[in-house]
Write a protein that binds this ligand. Structure first.
Ligand SMILES: [Zn+2]
Length: 87
């Protein structure tokens, strides 16, 4: 997405927003997933989700067998400490 008002080229973790389409809520959850057809097994793609969309997004990934983990954002950031979300 290219939104002219914000520059989030590097490290946008302070403005973590839900990944659900059209949602501007602050993200609370991180959904870590992996598509085995595209990614190596240890690779983790991440989606961010607000409280409302966590279930919707995790179901979307879950039915495809992609979903690996659902973690609180603050816990996730504590784990990776600084490395930007890979999307
Ligand atoms: Zn949302």
């Amino acid at each position: 997405m290219t939104d002219s008002t914000t520059e989030n080229a590097e490290g946008a973790e302070s403005a973590a927003v839900c990944s659900a389409k059209g949602c501007r809520e602050a993200a609370v959850w991180v959904l870590a997933w992996n598509n085995p057809k595209l990614h190596t097994p240890e690779r983790r793609k991440t989606w961010l989700a607000c409280e409302e969309h966590r279930e919707h997004l995790s179901q979307f990934l879950g039915v495809r067998g992609f979903l690996k983990e659902v973690v609180l954002l603050e816990e996730w950031e504590g784990r990776r400490d600084g490395s930007a979300a890979d999307r």
